[in-house]
Design a protein around this ligand. Structure first.
Ligand SMILES: [Zn+2]
Length: 209
């Protein structure tokens, strides 16, 4: 009886790091995004009970490396709540030394099993780099410029190509990081890129290399 109760209770509670594989974490993110994009968000884990439950300990199941853009809030896009996502946000979703420290912390100490690098439609930071208007954001631009160069001759939309190339370069950068490599090799972590479309509300995963 108690065992049955435990199983039912766990089926109702959300997914947390101690019980997640990278595959489960990805599934949980995409299910949340599917709810959001169809106006079926459940707004889970936003109760005072959950706030108190997580007051001493956090176990986010995924880490999102996203843009600071006010329209790209991960908890909303993925329909998650308090303690579910560890989020690093900076204009253009780039990763420098400070961002990397936070990302590594989430994997090593909080046991996040999935890192999603999230670019988005019409990203102002990447657009500034494409247009060469970089005076006020020099430090971020230095990190975005390799993607602009790499995607310059691609067919299709110039900005979208640069945004996706920027995401892919950050994914590659994280996969090569020694401290993350250790978890990737043991299949305790995966790093994937995604692109968020304002019009559909959907996050589309970029192909894994
Ligand atoms: Zn942006």
């Amino acid at each position: 009886m108690y065992k049955y109760f435990f199983l039912v209770a766990c089926a109702l509670c959300s997914l947390h790091a101690d019980e997640t594989s990278p595959e489960k974490s990805l599934r949980f993110l995409m299910e949340g995004n599917a709810r959001f994009s169809t106006d079926k968000s459940l707004h889970p884990d936003r109760t005072s009970e959950r706030r108190l439950e997580t007051s001493q300990k956090q176990e986010p199941f995924a880490t999102i490396v996203g843009c600071s853009d006010s329209r790209v809030a991960p908890e909303i896009l993925f329909d998650q709540g308090i303690g579910d996502l560890f989020i690093v946000r900076v204009a253009g979703n780039v990763v420098g030394p400070l961002e990397l420290d936070s990302i590594e912390y989430s994997v090593k100490y909080l046991h996040s099993s999935f890192i999603l690098v999230l670019g988005h439609e019409n990203c102002g930071a990447v657009k500034a780099a494409v247009d060469g208007v970089t005076d006020d954001v020099e430090n971020v631009m230095k990190l975005i410029e390799p993607a602009v160069k790499q995607s310059a001759k691609m067919k299709g939309d110039r900005l979208e190509n640069a945004i996706k190339a920027n995401v892919q370069l950050v994914v590659d950068q994280l996969k090569k990081t020694p401290k993350l490599r250790e978890f990737l090799d043991k299949k305790q972590l995966n790093v994937v890129g995604g692109y968020y479309n304002f019009h559909t509300g959907k996050v589309v995963l970029l192909p894994e290399k």
